[in-house]
Ligand binder design. Structure first.
Ligand code: NAD
Length: 438
């Protein structure tokens, strides 16, 4: 065992989790935490709550729960806040989202009704299909940032929080590429004063978070904190950040299956993915400009896992198509189909079909919890800037600019757990294991 790990400040006092967007994912997350605290539900799908971590050699039988191994905030110490363009409380929003059974929502009515969203920074140009009324008024994007910074400070003070974390679970914005205004803090701040259209609301929230020294996770595919101006500011301010786009349904399956095909050197001719989805997220993504942001995030995964440049005979020019169709009858219960055309020995063709009847927000809610708890841990461990070890949770993980993202879920998990071992001064696990046969 290594002598000593990293000094981590204790998780004392309350942790405020501020959610941007109080829609299907956020309300399912908040209601879930409330139900778990009441003892009426279990935190299924959450690595921080249910996962274990092997320590030392296989013969040592040391395998604590992750939450007993690293000092994470306790669920009882979490306080929620939110911003949304609709003034509905979490109770009304949860009923509208229709993810959870009405009886469960009623059971938690008091807690959910007490969560009322603050007015949002919003411009319809970035989310075409939405139109709300709970929106801040201001003269410039810098003024909006200042209002958010004031909201953050007020929430912390009023709720008596020791620490905060912000998670973006708001709608996907239109596709934007990095441009000059995103490159340096000076250019970005000038852009805030000048109302530069390349600065989307999600970037204003990320800026406000990082300025306030609050860790920020981006659960949607929009750039948000994934721009040099903000990654640099995060490093300077000692703020851990991560994103983008929660890895939940179809992409989760893709990053489970593709590494397996590659490990057996099976070739891929094409992967066709389509979804039907009927919630508000589906409605927003029905607009081509918003869908483009999601499409880019979903498409990048296979290229990076399969490495066609390294294995041209197996993966050069495979076809990859991703579609999402807005289909109201399904609500949040997305159905994702994959038709995968593979080939094996001597080029003989085979097919795999997947029909994943998933529940989008049920898959995303535990990710919000884990990200909030791990980002808080990271800040107490003085980790700052991009937290690549949290790639496990994202479709388009944010990395240092010179690195390609690691999409293979098994490598991502190993990296996450080795980061925790490193923090606590335990040996990293390489799975070499020759010593068992010496
Ligand atoms: N559920 C999943 O499995 C999953 C997976 C990956 C990514 N996501 C992303 O997570 C986000 C949330 O998904 P959802 O199903 O909860 O969507 P949702 O439409 O139910 O909720 C989003 C909420 O964000 C609010 N909003 C929009 N712009 C805002 C702004 N500028 N400030 C504050 N609030 C704003 C909307 O009013 C809405 O209430 C989406 O971007 C979605 O693409 C979800």
């Amino acid at each position: 065992m290594v002598e000593k790990g990293v000094d981590i400040a204790p998780a004392s006092g309350k942790l405020g989790i501020l959610l941007v967007g109080l829609g299907a994912v956020s309300t399912t997350f908040v209601a879930g935490v409330e139900a778990i605290r009441k003892g009426t539900a279990k935190p299924i799908g959450s690595l921080t709550q249910m996962g274990t971590i092997r320590l030392g050699k296989r013969t040592e039988n040391r395998c604590p729960k992750i939450k007993d191994f690293v000092p994470l905030a306790d669920l009882d110490d979490i306080v929620f806040g939110a911003w949304d363009i609709f003034a509905d409380s979490a109770y009304e929003a949860a009923l509208h989202a229709g993810v959870l059974e009405k009886s469960l929502v009623e059971d938690l009515r008091e807690q959910l009704e007490s969560l009322k969203p603050m007015a949002a920074v919003f411009e319809q140009n970035y989310v075409k299909r939405l139109n709300g009324t709970n929106i801040k008024q201001g003269k410039s994007k810098m003024e909006f940032a200042e209002q958010l910074i004031a909201d953050i400070a007020k929430f912390k003070e009023e709720k008596g929080c020791e620490r905060l974390v912000i998670v973006w679970a708001a709608s996907t914005e239109i596709f934007l590429e990095q441009s000059a205004v995103h490159q340096t803090l000076e250019a970005f701040e000038k852009g805030l004063y000048d109302d530069d259209p390349a600065i989307a609301p999600s970037m204003i929230y990320a800026y406000a978070a990082i300025k306030s020294k609050v860790p920020f996770a981006n659960g949607a595919p929009n750039l948000s904190c994934d721009i040099p101006a903000l990654t640099k500011l995060a490093e300077e301010n000692g703020v851990p950040i991560c994103g983008k786009d929660f890895k939940t349904g179809q992409t989760l399956m893709k990053t489970i299956i593709a590494p397996g095909l590659k490990s057996r050197m099976l070739g891929l001719e094409g992967w066709y993915s389509t979804n039907i989805l009927g919630n508000r997220d589906g409605e927003v993504l029905d607009d081509p400009e918003n869908f483009k942001t999601k499409e880019e995030s979903k498409l990048s995964v296979l290229e990076h896992i399969l490495q066609p440049e390294v294995y041209p005979e197996l993966y050069k020019d495979f076809a990859h198509v991703v579609r999402i169709n807005y289909y109201p009858p399904r609500g949040d219960n997305k159905e994702g189909w994959d038709s995968i055309d593979i080939f094996g020995w001597l080029g003989y063709k085979m097919q795999i079909k997947i029909d994943f009847l998933c529940r989008d927000s049920i898959l995303a809610a535990p990710l919000c919890l884990d990200l909030a708890l791990f980002l808080d841990l990271a800040q107490r461990a003085k980790m700052k800037g991009i937290q690549e070890w949290l790639s496990f949770y994202f479709k388009a993980p944010q990395t240092a600019p010179e690195l390609y993202p690691e999409h293979d879920i098994f490598i991502q998990l190993m990296k996450l757990k080795n980061t925790l071992r490193h923090l606590q001064g335990e040996d990293l696990i390489t799975h070499l294991g020759l010593e068992y046969y010496d």
